[in-house]
Write a protein that binds this ligand. Sequence first.
Ligand code: F6P
Length: 363
Amino acid sequence: MATHRIGIMTGGGDAPGLNAVIRAVVKYAVGELHWQVVGIEDAFNGLLEHPRRLQDLTPKSCKGLLPQGGTILGTTNKGDPFAWPDGNGGVRDRSAELAEAIREEGLEGIISIGGDGSQAIGWRLMQEQGVPIVGVPKTIDNDLAATDFTFGFWSAVEVATEALDRLHTTADAHDRVMLLEVMGRTAGWIALYAGVAGGADVITLPEIDYDPERICAKIQQRKDRGRNFTLIVVAEGSTPATGEALPSARRHGRGHIVAGGAAQTLAQHITERLHVETRVTVLGHLQRGGSPVPFDRVLATRFGVRAVELIEQGRWGRMVRLRDGMITDVPLAEVARDPRIVSLDHPLFDAARKVGIEFGAAL
Ligand code: F6P
């Protein structure tokens, strides 16, 4: 006989490893502990729509999930129950309705797999509507302060690094300046790690406004040394110190700013100043799709198991996290702080500068 019946949902942008968390939760909670686990489709939408969209999850229904990208439950970044689109351009609060639906379905609480926005919603639901929540952090951006790494990040870095390796050979063959724009929103983690792993000559970060002149000087210096090509990683949120706005910055989902045109903006500066050939590659959602790398599969599995352990212990209102190699947990109340961005005293930033990578600023 089932001793617990819990819901599980994925919210916000997807990240490789979401299915691995779902699989771990189901294998442990259903397969070993004989609980019931109900998958809620498209974040909380599955509970707020009529008819409801729910799936009974079993180890059998999770077969083959570990390497699968995306999420079998679907996700959305437009599903805030406190600010639900009313169809007339406004929003309304449906959180009480959601709490009622959770009670009607006999769910004791919810495992919410999501980024900063989803964790903040989870905490608010618990406080204001008494819905028990355990959080599992995900995002390719790796910008949650409460955990050392989110799953999905290393898969994104892998894709960006492979792209750099490929750009390297063609840049060299054609004596071109190649710019690769990577994701990360307001944090430069993907740009920094992929830039170091892929041997970039220049990295621009959202954390540091860059001076195009310094970057042009770096390209010129390489030319003077007989290196006729340059590889540049541009974080999508990075902007020039010259002050112009990115051409296509826009809002998405819950009001986050999504940049657009960061690499194109820098390429234009370089072409105008140096009259060299530049080419821009925007990697986009290739960084989010596809199979998780082993690190992300392992982290996702450990997170899923820990989430179930927290519920076993009755410790709702917490988020699992990785700290110094250990899986621990933290109160949800502490999670929704400022995003973790690259700090200038980060050891990798220091190492990057020591191997000659230019960040476009006097540091
Ligand atoms: O937060 C993850 C992320 O992929 C960011 O790196 C990126 O800025 C944003 O989501 C893209 O959002 P969307 O999928 O809505 O275009």
